[in-house]
Design a protein around this ligand. Structure first.
Ligand code: ATP
Ligand code: MG
Length: 405
């Protein structure tokens, strides 16, 4: 479908009916509305993402609530950011944001935000290709606002910042520049590249919080060309500046191997974490932290795993390792080790003793550490084929009678 845009050419749009509806709702609420940023860029490139970013000049909350009601979506309002999110039944999102200006009191801190008309809102953005808006309010539907010549940069395939202080105000834009350039197959415009390198050289990225850097690494982990992005980050010494991390080439090979075997962004991210110098204070989940640590220490059990003759030995060596770490290791370790890990994941980890704790109790065992030890002994014997399911009960009885277990 083609929108009759004032952009000089028709813009192909796969969700025009929905956009018209959103524009109408905003109009009924008394405000202008625009499709902004990524979706406009992607539409002009004939690429389509699932999410929709709408900017309204006022009443973001009212518009968001009304959209939620009309499209049967789940509505959430984030008052701090003046942003409403509607999650549709197919789990795609519509973000509705109040147009704003941003002022940076210091480099690399989050900006102060003030409501402002759309034209000013576009000037606070990161790159020209992300600083376009397509009006969706009735009567002006399809009108393209492009005050920074984003269309021209799309044509010449360039990522270009809007003003010289951009990478000082917000060094996360360096990650973003690399991400967009590689995702879209664009170049970074020469002056932008020069300023990006100056910002890195002057260590502005080191002023970023770990949380913001990790957020960028998570985004990269979801990208198809994530490996190239990590390589570019290394080349530009970006994470050396802000995380004291420069991924060594043997580690890049592991990332490459993992990437060729799974698309899973979380596993890619955890593997990165495992190579970072210190994740102690990072805002990550317990499972991520423990998985990263287990990967880091895997070499300590590597040779024991290779020599393992019994299934119970494999079981005992791998049981303490969180599942995401095993999923990663099974894809990056040499074949013999990978086979043992897969055996554990697919078979051994789900085997349980048939004798239950309650039955042990009935056999006269008082609650205490011996419980677990006996259950473990039964399981190991089962894994190693020393007893059948049927004989487990007898073995339990025997163990309970023994003093030393
Ligand atoms: P993607 O396809 O990855 O979602 P996007 O352009 O939509 O790309 P988002 O991170 O979703 O990127 O951000 C939405 C818009 O908000 C961007 O297009 C850009 O205009 C603006 N934006 C996001 N981050 C920044 C930033 N750090 N500085 C300035 N503007 C930003
Ligand atoms: Mg987006």
């Amino acid at each position: 479908m083609s929108i009759g845009a004032k952009a000089g050419k028709g813009i192909r749009c796969h969700n025009e009916a929905l956009l018209r509806l959103l524009g109408k709702i905003a109009h009924q609420c008394g405000t202008r509305a625009f499709l902004v940023g990524g979706p406009v860029r992607d539409m002009l490139l004939d690429r389509f993402g699932p999410d929709i970013d709408i900017a309204v000049e006022s009443k973001a909350q009212t518009v968001g609530k009304e959209i939620g009601r009309r499209v049967h979506g789940r509505f959430v309002f984030h008052s701090r950011f003046l942003t409403a999110t509607v999650t549709l039944p197919d789990s795609s999102h519509i973000d509705i944001t109040q147009t704003r200006t941003e002022t940076y009191s210091r480099p690399a801190v989050l900006p102060r935000v003030k409501p402002a008309p759309i034209e000013q809102d576009l000037f606070r953005r990161d790159f020209t290709i992300n600083a376009m808006a397509l009006e969706i309010t009735p009567f002006r539907f399809g009108y393209l606002l492009d005050p920074c010549s984003g269309q021209q940069d799309l044509k010449y395939k360039l990522v270009r910042i809007l003003h010289p202080k951009s990478f000082i105000d917000d060094p996360t834009r360096i990650f973003r520049a690399i991400r967009f350039a590689i995702r879209l197959g664009f170049g970074i415009e020469p002056q932008t590249l020069k300023l990006m390198r100056q910002s890195i050289k002057s260590s502005y990225p080191s002023l970023l919080t770990a949380e913001r850097i990790l957020y960028e690494l998570r985004l990269i982990s979801s990208e198809t060309r994530r490996l190239q992005m990590i390589e570019a980050i290394k080349r530009e010494k970006l994470t050396r500046t802000c995380l004291d991390w420069s991924p060594p080439s043997h580690f890049l090979s592991k990332l490459k191997l993992l990437s060729s075997r799974t698309r899973n962004p979380e596993l890619f991210f955890i593997l990165i974490l495992s190579n970072l110098p210190d994740t102690g204070n990072f805002p990550i989940t317990k499972q991520e932290r423990e998985s990263a640590r287990a990967i880091n220490r895997f070499h300590l059990i590597h040779s024991r795993l290779m020599r393992a003759k019994r299934l119970s030995t494999i079981y005992r060596l791998l049981r303490p390792i969180p599942e995401p770490a095993l999923q990663i290791l099974s894809r990056i370790e040499p074949r013999a080790v990978a086979r043992a890990i897969n055996l554990y994941l697919n078979r051994l980890s789900s085997i349980r003793p048939t004798v239950t704790g309650r039955e042990l109790r009935k056999l006269g065992l008082m609650p205490g550490p011996k419980y677990q030890r006996i259950l473990d002994r039964l399981l190991y014997a089962r894994l190693d084929g020393l007893i059948s399911k049927e004989k487990e009960y007898n073995m339990a009885r025997r163990l309970i009678r023994q003093k030393k277990v």
